[in-house]
Design a protein around this ligand. Structure first.
Ligand SMILES: [Zn+2]
Length: 109
């Protein structure tokens, strides 16, 4: 399970959603990379839906949706598959859903 983020091969920065150029160094050598887990930094409860900001190591900070009992500081598994996030992960960790960043208009036509 993972979420695809963008990695700058020049400075090592990681971004989500994808950018046209690295906002840190201006580099254009960007490649997709999967991040598998992160640490919950903040939580917002909307009924039984939980929205969390999840910090990846070293970055980015992702906004994710979770079910169940989650606390600040918990390690969560990340997925961009909406059908995977409400099932328990084999690791026993909560699964956080991060919607894919989508494709540009040019790519989808
Ligand atoms: Zn960079």
């Amino acid at each position: 399970m993972s979420v695809i983020v963008q990695n700058c091969r020049t400075c090592g920065g990681q971004w989500f959603p994808a950018r046209l150029m690295c906002p840190r160094c201006g580099g254009a050598d960007l490649a997709p990379v999967g991040v598998e887990r992160g640490v919950v930094e903040q939580l917002t409860h909307l009924g039984d839906v939980v929205i969390a900001s999840v910090a990846c190591d070293p970055e980015p900070l992702l906004v994710a949706r979770l079910h169940g009992t989650v606390a600040v500081g918990d390690v969560v598994e990340l997925t961009d598959r909406p059908d995977a996030f409400d099932r328990p992960d084999a690791s026993g960790r909560p699964v956080a859903f991060v919607p894919p960043s989508g494709r540009s208009r040019e790519e989808s036509s």
